[in-house]
Structure formats: structure tokens, C-alpha cells
Design a protein. Sequence first.
Length: 102
Amino acid sequence: GCIGFVPCGDEHYAVGEHECELGYWLGFDYWNKGIVTEAVEAFIVYSRECLGLESLLITVDKRNVASCRVAEKCGFKFVSDYEYDGVESQAYRLDLKGVLEA
């Protein structure tokens, strides 16, 4: 699997100032073990404390219920439905200024 920031200019949804889009992928054999949720939570702390970002964005294929659930479990709020390269997608945003330290 992997997790990281989508390179500037390659985002799937318009990002705001002091915001990055976070993307993740995990092989099927490792699904439903909390791995991605734990990794996203670590990225939240890193993004706020080390990078000084004000918000994070996650975009998902609308059919990928598990990815939507990861975003919601990590405190991201639904922003919008949209289409990206013909795929019905959803955007979620987390305001890092409102996130309490772990």
C-alpha cells in the first residue's frame, strides 16, 4: 500500500491555500484492519504539526464505500460530489486548525 500527498497540479479537486490532497491505496489482503485509518491519522498530525497546513482534502471514487468511511472516521467532512475523468467522485475536507492534538 501507499499514502502520500497528491503532487501540486495533479489534484482531483480544487485545493485551497495551505491545503494538500491526501491519497492512499492498500492491497485487498490488508483491507478492514484499520491500517489506512491509522496512516491517515498520522498524516493529520504530521500535516498540522510539521508542515503547518490548515486543511487536508481527500477525494474518492464514490463507489468506494471503504475509502469514504476512512475519511469520515478520521473527521473529514463531505464537501461535494463531482466527476473526475468520467468517475463519479466525492471530496472530503478536514480543517486542521480545529483538530485537537492527540
